[in-house]
Design a protein around this ligand. Structure first.
Ligand code: NAD
Ligand code: DAU
Length: 353
C-alpha cells in the first residue's frame, strides 16, 4: 500500500541517521521510511532494533557510490523525498584516507542527486532533497565571532572539503535544474549510539576501562556541542517547513574547550562508577595534535530559531550525564563496536602518541 510519502534516509544505520530514522518512523506512521545504508564500520543495525519491525520501516543495504544501483533503487521505490546523511564522517580517517571521503561524500551525493533528478522530472516542486551537512565547511574561528549562513566556505580537512564540495553540488542542482533542495549545517552532536572513534564516546569507553584518554595538543580547541535529538528536531522542522533552496545553521550555543569537557566528563564518570573524585582525570593524556586542527567552531542558529521556532532543549551537563548513563547501560553495544576492526584503527591512530 502506498503511504502519504516515501522518504529515503541515507546513512540511517549511523549515529545521527539512526536517531533520524527512529524519529520519522515513530512520529510519522503515515510515511514509509527507507533506510539506505552500506553498513560501513560506522553503520550498525543494532542502533535500530527497537523499530526494525515497524510496518512503515524498510532497510536496504547499498552503496551510494554505485550509480547504477542508486538509479534502480529510485526507479523502483519512487521516493518523494531524500534526507541524506550517509557519509564518511571522521576527520582523523579523512587525513589518512582522503579518497574514500571524495567517493562517498562527493560522488555518492552527486549519484543521489542524479537519481532524484531523473525520478522527480516534472514534479520537482513536490519532491525534496535534504542534505545534512556540517559547520566544518566554514573553517575555523579565531576571534569571538560565530558562523552564520552567510559565512564564506573555508574547509581545512579532507573531510570538511568533501562536505563543502557536496554542499556546492546540492546547491548547483537547484540553480541548474530547479530541484527543491534544503541544507543544514550543524555543530558537533553527542548522545547515544555515537561511534567511539569520536571524542565523547571514546573518552567514556576509555575512562570506563581505565585506559588513557587522548587529548590532542593542549586541549585548547573549542567545539559547540548539541544533543543529537535536538538536531533531529531541527531536521524535522527544516524538512517540513523550509522554503526550497534554504540553508539553516544548527548549533547548541554550547562551546566547550576540549580539556574542560573531558574534565567534566571525568567528574561525571567518577560519580557514576563510585570512584574517588579525581581518579578518572588522572587518565588524561596529552597526545600529538591533529594535523590542520581547527581551533574553534561556534554556530549562530538565530535564523532557525526565528524562522522555524527551534531551540535546543537540553543543558549540556544534563545531556552528558544522560549520555554516560546510556553507555554504562549498553555495555554489549559498546563491546560489539569496539571489537575487531576498531582495535586496529585505535592502535594505528594513537600509536605515535
Ligand atoms: P556516522 O559515521 O555515524 O554514520 C554514517 C553512516 O553512513 C553509516 O551508517 C555508514 O554505514 C553510512 N555510509 C557510509 N558510506 C556509505 C556509502 N558509500 N553508501 C551508503 N551508506 C554509507 O555519521 P554521523 O556522525 O551520524 O553523521 C551523519 C551525517 O551528519 C554526515 O553527513 C555528517 O557529515 C553530518 N554531520 C555530523 C555531525 C556529528 O557531530 N556527528 C555534525 C554535523 C553534521
Ligand atoms: O562540527 C561537526 C563535526 O563534528 C562533524 O561534521 C563530524 O562528522 C564529527 O566527527 C565532528 O568532528 P570533530 O572533529 O569536531 O569531532 P571529534 O569527536 O573527532 O573531535 C572533537 C574534538 O576533540 C576535536 O577538537 C578533536 C579532539 N579530539 C578528538 C579525538 C577523537 C581529541 O582531543 N582526542 C581524540 O582522541
Amino acid at each position: 500500500m502506498r503511504t502519504e510519502k516515501t522518504i529515503i534516509i541515507t546513512g540511517g544505520a549511523g549515529f545521527i541517521g539512526s536517531h533520524v530514522v527512529r524519529h520519522f518512523v515513530t512520529r510519522y506512521p503515515q510515511y514509509t521510511i527507507i533506510n539506505l545504508d552500506k553498513l560501513t564500520y560506522a553503520g550498525n543495525l543494532a542502533n535500530l532494533r527497537d523499530i526494525e519491525e515497524k510496518e512503515n520501516y524498510k532497510f536496504i543495504k547499498g552503496d551510494i557510490i554505485d550509480a547504477a544501483f542508486i538509479d534502480r533503487l529510485f526507479a523502483e521505490q519512487k521516493p518523494d523525498a531524500v534526507i541524506h546523511l550517509a557519509a564518511e564522517s571522521h576527520v582523523d580517517r579523512s587525513i589518512s584516507s582522503p579518497v574514500e571521503f571524495v567517493m562517498t561524500n562527493v560522488v555518492g551525493t552527486v549519484n543521489l542527486l542524479n537519481a532524484a533528478k531523473a525520478c522527480w522530472k516534472g514534479v520537482y516542486d513536490k519532491c525534496r532533497f535534504y542534505h545534512v551537512s556540517t559547520d566544518e565547511v566554514y573553517g575555523a574561528l579565531t576571534g569571538d565571532g560565530m558562523f552564520t549562513e552567510e559565512t564564506r566556505y573555508d574547509p581545512h580537512s579532507p573531510y570538511s572539503a568533501s562536505k563543502a564540495s557536496s554542499d556546492h553540488f546540492v546547491r548547483a542542482y537547484r540553480d541548474t535544474f530547479g530541484m527543491d533542495i534544503v541544507i543544514s549545517n550543524c555543530s558537533n552532536n553527542y548522545g547515544s549510539f555515537h561511534f567511539p572513534e569520536k571524542l565523547i564516546p571514546l573518552a567514556i569507553n576509555n575512562i570506563k576501562n581505565s585506559k588513557p584518554v587522548p587529548v590532542y595538543g593542549k586541549g585548547e580547541n573549542i567545539r559547540d556541542w548539541l544533543w543529537v535529538e535536538d538536531h533531529v528536531k531541527a531536521i524535522d522542522l527544516i524538512f517540513h517547513n523550509a522554503k526550497a533552496g534554504t540553508t539553516y545553521n544548527v548549533g547548541g550555543h554550547n562551546e566547550w574547550k576540549n580539556i574542560d569537557l573531558i574534565r567534566l566528563l571525568c567528574n561525571i564518570m567518577d560519580r557514576k562508577l563510585s570512584r574517588v573524585p579525581g581518579t578518572s582525570a588522572q587518565l588524561i593524556t596529552f597526545v600529538k595534535d591533529r594535523a590542520g586542527h581547527d581551533l574553534r567552531y561556534a554556530i549562530n542558529a538565530t535564523k532557525l530559531q526565528q524562522e522555524l521556532g527551534w531551540k535546543p532543549s537540553l543543558q549540556f551537563e544534563e545531556g552528558l550525564e544522560k549520555t554516560v548513563d546510556w553507555y554504562l547501560a549498553n555495555e554489549e553495544w559498546l563491546d560489539q563496536v569496539t571489537s575487531g576492526a576498531y582495535q586496529k584503527y585505535y592502535s594505528d591512530q594513537y600509536s605515535e602518541s
